[in-house]
Ligand binder design. Structure first.
Ligand SMILES: C[S@@+](CC[C@H](N)C(=O)[O-])C[C@H]1O[C@@H](n2cnc3c(N)ncnc32)[C@H](O)[C@@H]1O
Length: 478
C-alpha cells in the first residue's frame, strides 16, 4: 500500500474512533443523568399521597416487608385480636393523633388487593345487583376529621328526611368474605396500617342469602360513624337487593352535619362463629371508657368529656378548631348579626341586661367604635360562654380573646364583640385600642390595613395564671 493511502486510511480510522469515543462518552453521561432522575421519580411515587402506600410504589409486592416480618408470627387459625396485637394497631389507630383522610387511590389500593386475594369468583367480585359502580369519590358528602370519632362523612348538601344519600348507596364498592380464612388472607396481603384500619371498618352480616359474611366497604363509606340516634340509615345489601333502600336520610340533614348511622342495626356479631375469635369490628371501642375510645362522644356531653378545669387547648382539640380556623380556606367576614349573636350570648352568660357602652376620652382620631367588649373575671364563666357557642364561632372566639389586667391589677379575659377584634398584629402599629374605641397613632393611607400592637394590648400572657394553660403559645404554633 502506498504511504499516502496508508496515511489517508489512518486519518479516517482515527476520526471514526474519535467519533465513537465521543458517542460513548455521551452515552455514559446520559446514562448517569437519566438514572439519577429516574431514581428521584420512583422515590416520589412511593412517598407521595397519604400514609397509605401508593399502588405504584408497592406494585408487585403484596405487602411491605415490615408487615411480612411481623405477620410471620401469625400462624394457623389466628384471630383478629392476634393481628391487632402483633401489628400494634392500638398505637397506629388511636395513640398517634389524627389519621389522614384516605385518598381515592388508597381505596383503589384496597380494592385491588381485594381482587388479588379473592380472585374473580362470582359472588366475591361484585355485589349481586352490580353495585360495584365505577365511580370514584363522593357526591353530596365529604370526608373530614370528626373530633372524638376519628374521620367521618359530612353532608355538603341538604337532605330532607327520606331522601336517598347517593354516596351511601349507589357509589359503594363492597367486598365480602364467606370464610374467616379469606378474611385472614386479605388482612395479610395489606400493609400493616391498612390492615389495622380494615379490622375496624369491617362488620359481619347474616344476610345475603347465606348465613354469615364479613363485609368491608372498599370506599369512603367505611368512614361513616355510629350514633344511637342516627340521621341516616345504611342498610347493607341482602339477598333481595336491599341496596335500593340503603343510604336514606332519617332526619333533615343540613350541609356540614355529620352523617351518622346506627351500627347495631346490622352488625351480626358473627366473628367468633367464623373462626376469627371475639372481635367487634366497627363497633369496637364504642363503649364508654374503652381504651380505644377515651373520647367516645355519643352519650358523653362535652362537659363530661372536658371536666371542670379544662385548658383552652382541650376545647380547641375537641371541637376540631385547627381544621375550622386554619385548614378550611378563608373564613367569612363576620356580619353584624354574628356580632349581635356574640353580644347576646355574653349578656346571657353574665346575666347583664345592658352591655358596657362607656367611651373613655382619648387622643387621636376616633375611627371605630368597636362596640361592647366582654370581660370575664371568672374563668368558669368564660368556659361556659365558649361551650354554649356554636362550634365554629367558639373556635374564632378562642383566637380573638386576650388576657389583661385592669387598673386594680386583676386579670380578666377580654373579648371585643365587634369588628375591632379582626385587627391584626404589627410591630409598626398604626392604631391603638383604648377600651372600646380605636384611635390612630400614625397616618393611614386609604386602603391601608389597620394594625395594632398585640404586645401592648396583652402586656403579659396571662392564660396560664388563670388556669387555661399556655394557650397563646399553643394556637399560634399550630
Ligand atoms: C367504620 S369506622 C368509622 C370511621 C372511623 N371514624 C375512622 O376514622 O376510620 C368505625 C370506628 O369509628 C369510630 N367511631 C364510630 N362512631 C363513633 C362514635 N360515635 N364515637 C367515637 N368513635 C366512633 C370507632 O373507633 C369505630 O371502631
Amino acid at each position: 500500500m502506498k504511504c499516502t493511502t496508508l496515511l489517508q486510511r489512518f486519518e479516517s480510522v482515527s476520526l471514526r474512533c474519535l467519533a465513537i469515543g465521543c458517542a460513548l462518552l455521551l452515552c455514559v453521561i446520559q446514562f448517569f443523568y437519566l438514572s439519577e432522575h429516574l431514581n428521584k421519580c420512583t422515590q416520589k411515587s412511593v412517598t407521595s399521597g397519604s400514609h397509605f402506600p401508593s399502588l405504584a410504589g408497592d406494585r408487585g409486592r403484596s405487602r411491605t416487608s415490615e408487615s411480612s416480618a411481623i405477620a410471620g408470627n401469625l400462624k394457623g387459625q389466628w384471630h383478629v385480636q392476634d393481628l391487632w396485637e402483633s401489628y400494634d394497631c392500638q398505637k397506629i389507630l388511636f395513640d398517634s393523633g389524627d389519621l389522614p383522610i384516605p385518598l381515592p387511590s388508597d381505596w383503589a389500593y384496597l380494592r385491588a388487593a381485594y381482587y388479588g386475594v379473592m380472585g374473580s369468583s362470582i359472588g366475591n367480585e361484585v355485589m349481586p345487583n352490580g353495585h360495584l359502580a365505577n365511580i370514584e369519590g363522593l357526591t353530596g358528602l365529604t370526608a373530614l376529621q370528626s373530633p372524638g370519632r376519628g374521620r367521618g362523612l359530612f353532608a355538603t348538601v341538604a337532605y330532607k328526611k327520606g331522601d336517598r344519600i347517593k354516596s351511601l348507596s349507589d357509589e359503594i364498592y363492597s367486598g365480602y368474605f364467606n370464610t374467616g380464612q379469606q378474611y385472614r388472607d386479605y388482612l395479610l396481603a395489606l400493609p400493616r396500617n391498612l390492615a389495622c384500619e380494615v379490622t375496624r371498618w369491617s362488620y359481619t352480616l347474616e344476610e345475603l342469602g347465606e348465613p354469615k359474611y364479613i363485609m368491608l366497604d372498599l370506599g369512603f363509606q367505611s368512614l361513616t360513624n355510629n350514633s344511637p340516634s342516627p340521621n341516616a340509615e345504611h342498610i347493607p345489601p341482602n339477598a333481595e337487593g336491599a341496596w335500593a333502600e340503603s343510604g336514606v336520610a332519617l332526619k333533615d340533614i343540613s350541609p356540614g352535619d355529620e352523617i351518622l348511622v346506627d351500627y347495631t342495626k346490622y352488625e351480626a356479631h358473627a366473628w367468633s362463629s367464623m373462626g376469627l375469635g371475639k372481635w367487634k369490628g366497627q363497633t369496637m371501642g364504642l363503649e364508654r371508657g374503652s381504651p380505644q375510645n377515651s373520647n367516645y362522644s355519643e352519650d358523653l356531653s362535652e362537659e363530661e368529656i372536658l371536666g371542670d378545669e379544662w385548658l383552652m387547648n382541650d376545647l380547641w382539640e375537641l371541637r376540631g378548631c385547627r381544621n375550622v380556623i386554619y385548614e378550611s380556606g378563608d373564613l367569612p367576614i363576620p356580619s353584624l348579626s354574628d356580632w349581635m349573636f356574640l353580644r347576646g350570648a355574653y349578656a346571657a352568660n353574665s346575666g347583664l341586661s345592658e352591655l358596657n357602652e362607656n367611651f373613655p376620652d382619648a387622643e387621636g382620631t376616633v375611627i371605630q367604635y368597636g362596640g361592647p367588649y366582654a370581660q370575664f373575671y371568672n374563668p368558669s364563666r368564660y368556659r361556659s360562654f365558649l361551650l354554649n357557642l356554636p362550634s365554629s364561632l367558639s373556635c374564632s372566639v378562642m383566637i380573638w380573646a386576650y388576657t389583661q389586667r385592669d387598673e386594680e391589677g386583676e386579670v380578666y379575659v377580654g373579648l371585643d364583640m365587634g369588628s375591632t377584634t379582626l385587627l391584626n398584629n404589627s410591630d409598626r402599629a398604626n392604631v391603638r385600642e383604648i377600651k372600646d374605641i380605636t384611635v390612630t397613632i400614625r397616618d393611614i393611607k386609604e386602603g391601608g390595613e389597620l394594625v395594632v400592637s398585640y404586645r401592648e394590648s396583652e402586656k403579659e400572657r396571662l392564660w396560664e395564671s388563670i388556669g387555661f394553660g399556655n394557650w397563646e403559645q399553643i394556637f399560634k404554633t399550630k
